[in-house]
Design a protein around this ligand. Sequence first.
Ligand SMILES: [Zn+2]
Ligand SMILES: [Zn+2]
Ligand SMILES: [Zn+2]
Ligand SMILES: [Zn+2]
Length: 746
Amino acid sequence: MVLLKNEELIIKTGNLMGKSHPTVTRIEALRLCQVFLRSSRGCNWLMTAHGQPIVQGITNAMSEINEKTLVREGCRTALLALRYSGNHHRCFWFNAIDKILYKILCGSCNSSSHAHQTLCHGELFNIDSKDIMDIHPYVWDILGYLAVHCDNEHFSVGTCQNNFLQGLISCACSLATDLTLKKSPLKLSKEEQEPALRAVLMMLLSPSQFIFSEASSKFLEAVLPLDNEYMNMFMSSLESNVTRNLTASFDCVKIMTNLMNIACLLVVQSNYSLNKRSAVDVLSNIIKECLHDHLYITRSNFASHLQFCFDGSSCCYLSEEWEGENIVLFYGLVVLFNLLKSDNFICFHCKRKLDAGIVCHECRDHYNEGLVGVLKQALCQNMSPGPKSYIAHILSMFGLCGFPSKLGGNMRNVLCDSELVDLELLLADGESLSAHAAILSARCPKLLPSEKTFVRDGSVTYEWGRRSCYHVRMSDRVDSHALKKILEYAYTGLVTVDDATVKPVKTLAKYCHLRSLHLMLQKEQPRWHSCPIYDLTTALEPAKHSFSDIILEAQSNDKMECHHGSCQLSTPHIHSHKVILSVSCEYLRALFQSGMHESFAETIRVPVGWEALRKLVQWFYSGELPRVPPDCRWKATSTEEKLSILKSYAELSSLADFWFVDGMKEESLQVLTSCLNSSSTDASLAFIGFAANLGQWELVEAAISSVAHLYPRLRDSGRLEQLDEDVLNMLRTEHVRYLQHRSASK
Ligand SMILES: [Zn+2]
Ligand SMILES: [Zn+2]
Ligand SMILES: [Zn+2]
Ligand SMILES: [Zn+2]
């Protein structure tokens, strides 16, 4: 991570991948790139600044068919880069990645004769060179990632060169199906099958219409004569594997392969003669077992071609895949989603006809206890974006749309609170709904008054003396129930819709650019982006109209230049919003409501430094304190800087006591404990003194336990003299405990 700040090195790396350099150099440059690409942050940095030369370097390496190692390293690097969504995908397509992949598949057999005809799997495996076979899994994985991150627009130009892509798709499909149907003349291990099958599934989930239709027609072609039979075969195999003796461990690979096949079949076609209720039961079982970690398998367990990702030691580990670690869970969710989705417009339970949705109002209760409850609970846990998105999309079919969050939950109170309202949405029928401009500006800016009305100040009326109130007239087609639902979603990030409201809400969600809600109501496959996070920080950005009504001022002697309208204040400060502050802080809520002098004051002096104030505001607007990962970047910061960061968390912890900020104390302690363990002794000692002065004894304890083992040395060097007697006593006790613990464990 630290290395990424070194511009020169990156430029040089890009250069060294050039064709003119010897193979060995290029391989080393690619390996360095792989290290950079371990995290999405690294990928972002690398690709925004130097994307072009690096992608070029990677693709060049991949096209050197005769240099096996070079091709392999190129594939590995490409694989890592393409895991993340971003503009570099465009770059890869631009460099004809499809053609390169196709050529790798063709291998050393002269590619010109194959150029325009589709390879069949037979030819593919007649090439009995083991070297080439090693590379195939990479090709499939790359193809899969390209597919799920591909937009429609990639193919708007130059459709003629899609021959290679079509070839790739049909190869993958025929390979995947042949292997499962055991038609293949060659005995291939799971290792070769899984990547191809996975690539097919990912292509079927692709947002690109071209890839999807191409892949589904090829896949269907292969399975068509017997599709119902296959479906039942996979299902019963799945069922027998899951309901087997509970004490025996599951055959995870078998279950996974079954799930993948079923998912492919379901996406391609939906009318199977299948007992859907028992299928749902089987899947619920699988998902429950997964959530309890009884059923668990990661890709690295069997995909040996990915082993390189985990080679070597590094402080910045390879960040998690979108699908999450446990892929049985992910595939299970994909299957369940597509299974439910296929049951369009008939109540899943009582078979009544519906306008939209899958469960009628009366039947929802049947599910509340079992599956839905489990999924709801899972959604609140810490999870990778993939399973999370699928769970949310499954729940949306039961009428529960969105992603729950703590801050969003707290916002629910504001929704029905008329206090601090500064915006009114006027409907055609004379009804009006009140809202808070600050919240909408972050969550649904489309509902805000347009720029025009700002300029024409006539529409702004003044109420309660100083607070202004905006009025926005909605079009006559907007339905008040739907608008209420949209507001609920905007405020809380979560909304329940039922059969009757789905359609108007969907229309309005589209109009308001609430993409994730629209996607959910549309029953589309989730996109491979990160999940939407409930975050109001965009409301803080200095804009012409930030709707800010309160200033938080830090305790600091520094100067700051403010770009906020006509603001003249020179001390460090932040323009914020009473509504949002009062949600998470009891003290401020009481203050604003009291009608006392200060509730009208435009500035509140916060008794913390600037560093801490910024973190505090982050807490108010996102519900979380910024984390400090104790990795190489933390280790590389200077002791002073470390100390000032540590101190800011101590200040927050102390402020939480006075201002009654729920949960902030605990979170500061968490952040601090992880940092303290990898801090220098100097920083820790200085911090102990600081925290003791603030009376934050829990923090003192945490800091002490991180240095207790050094006590004798510290005492002898005289560095403890600055500390209080109380603190010294604590340190001594902790040291004794440390010694006892050590001797006990010997
Ligand atoms: Zn690192
Ligand atoms: Zn029903
Ligand atoms: Zn029922
Ligand atoms: Zn200002």
